[in-house]
Design a protein around this ligand. Structure first.
Ligand SMILES: [Zn+2]
Ligand SMILES: [Zn+2]
Length: 362
C-alpha cells in the first residue's frame, strides 16, 4: 500500500518551497522506504529550486539525511526494517567501467529508486539527487542506505550524506592531505569548513582558512584552522598563504568557492608541485584564462572532487565512529534545528551566510 506523507516541494522555477502531501509507493525490488529523522539544508537544494540543476519540476527537495529503514523490497539482503542509515547519492553499480577498474567512487551508473514518488494529483516528483528527504518518508534504492552507529544523532549523521562529506573528502580522499602537509582552504561555508576539519583529522599543519566573512572564519578556527586570512583586512590571500608557509605556498590548496578568481588564487597559493582541489561548483558561464606555461612550470596536480570522492559504505561508518570517539567535531556544523515549514527561511539564512547548516528535524 502506498502511503501519504508531508514533503517540501518546488513546483516551478523560482516558486517558493512549499509543504505538500506526497505519495510514497511501496518499495520495489532492491528498494527501501526510509522514515527520515533529520535532513540538512544544502546549497544544492537551493540550486534545484532556482533551476540551476535541471528543469524537471516539480522537485522534492532534501538530500542530506539520516533516518530509519521502514520497509524493504524484494531481494534486499543487507538491510532490514529498523536499521539506522545515512542516505547517499552514490549507490555504486559494481559493473560500470569505473567500478570495474576498482574506482567505484567514480561510478558512472549509480542506482536510484525506479518508481517515482508523486504529488496528490499523480504528478511524478523529481527527488533532489535521487533522494528527496525533506519529507517524513522517502523511497530510495537500498544501496543509497548506509548503516551507521545509531549513537550518532541524526542531525549530525545526516550531514555526512552530502556537504560535509564533500569537504572532508576533498581534503582526505581527493587532496590526499596527510601529517605535516600545509593546507589552505578558500571559502569557509559548510564544505570549506569540512575540508578544514578533514585536514585537522589528517594531522596537517598549518591549516589556513580564507574567507571574506569573519563569522565563517570563526567557525573555521573552531574546526581546526591554525590561521585565518580575511582578504578585506589582510590583503592578497596568495601573499598571506605564502607568508604562512615559509614563502613557498601550501602543499594542498582547496577551492571551496569555485570561481575563476578563487581558482587562480588556489593555483598560485600552492607550492611548486603542490595540489589544487576544486570542490566549489562553478556556473556554466564562468571562464578561466591563464598562461598554459604556468601549468607546466608549477607542476603538481590539479584535481576536482565529486562528492569528496567518497565511497559511502567505506567512509560514512568510519567518519561516524571518529565523531563518536570525539576526533571529528561534526556537531559543530549544526547551527540550528528547524521544522519542515522553515526550509524557505533556511535558504535565506544560508544565502546570507548566517548558518553553517540548518537541519530539518522530523
Ligand atoms: Zn559503477
Ligand atoms: Zn548537498
Amino acid at each position: 500500500m502506498s502511503q501519504h506523507v508531508k514533503g517540501v516541494v518546488v513546483r516551478e522555477k523560482d516558486a517558493p518551497a512549499t509543504v505538500e502531501t506526497i505519495e510514497i509507493p511501496d518499495p520495489g525490488p532492491g528498494e527501501a522506504v526510509v522514515k527520515i529523522s533529520a535532513c540538512g539544508v544544502c546549497h544544492t537544494d537551493l540550486h534545484y529550486k532556482l533551476g540551476g540543476i535541471s528543469d524537471e519540476y516539480p522537485f522534492l527537495l532534501g538530500h542530506e539525511a539520516a533516518g530509519v529503514v521502514e520497509q524493504v523490497g524484494a531481494g534486499v539482503a543487507d538491510l532490514e526494517p529498523g536499521d539506522y542509515v545515512i542516505l547517499n547519492w552514490r549507490a555504486v553499480c559494481g559493473v560500470c567501467r569505473a567500478c570495474k577498474r576498482g574506482r567505484p567512487w567514480y561510478c558512472f551508473d549509480t542506482f536510484n529508486a525506479a518508481e517515482p514518488m508523486k504529488l496528490a494529483d499523480g504528478t511524478a516528483l523529481s527527488p533532489a539527487l535521487g533522494i528527496g528527504a525533506f519529507a517524513e518518508k522517502t523511497l530510495v534504492h537500498s544501496g543509497q542506505c548506509t548503516k551507521v552507529d545509531r549513537r550518532a544523532e541524526p542531525e549530525v549523521a545526516g550531514l555526512l550524506g552530502c556537504g560535509v562529506m564533500a569537504g572532508l573528502g576533498a581534503a582526505i580522499n581527493t587532496g590526499g592531505v596527510g601529517r605535516g602537509d600545509s593546507v589552505a582552504v578558500i571559502g569557509c561555508g559548510g564544505v570549506g569548513n569540512a575540508a578544514i576539519a578533514g585536514a585537522r583529522l589528517a594531522g596537517s599543519n598549518p591549516i589556513i582558512a580564507v574567507d571574506l566573512d569573519e563569522r565563517k572564519l570563526g567557525w573555521a578556527r573552531e574546526l581546526g584552522a591554525t590561521h585565518t586570512v580575511n582578504p578585506k583586512t589582510d590583503g592578497d590571500p596568495v601573499e598571506a598563504i605564502r607568508e604562512l608557509t615559509g614563502g613557498f605556498g601550501a602543499d594542498v590548496v582547496i577551492d571551496a568557492v569555485g570561481r575563476p578568481e578563487t581558482y587562480k588564487q588556489a593555483f598560485h597559493a600552492r607550492d611548486l608541485a603542490g595540489t589544487v582541489v576544486l570542490v566549489g561548483v562553478p556556473t556554466p558561464e564562468m571562464q578561466l584564462e591563464m598562461p598554459l606555461l604556468g601549468f607546466f612550470e608549477r607542476g603538481g596536480s590539479l584535481k576536482s572532487s565529486w562528492y569528496g570522492d567518497c565511497l559511502p559504505s567505506r567512509d560514512f561508518p568510519m567518519l561516524v565512529d571518529l565523531y563518536l570517539e570525539g576526533r571529528l567535531p561534526l556537531d559543530k556544523f549544526v547551527t540550528e534545528k528547524i521544522g519542515i515549514d522553515d526550509v524557505e527561511s533556511a535558504f535565506e539564512k544560508m544565502h546570507s551566510g548566517e548558518v553553517l547548516r540548518s537541519v530539518v528535524m522530523f
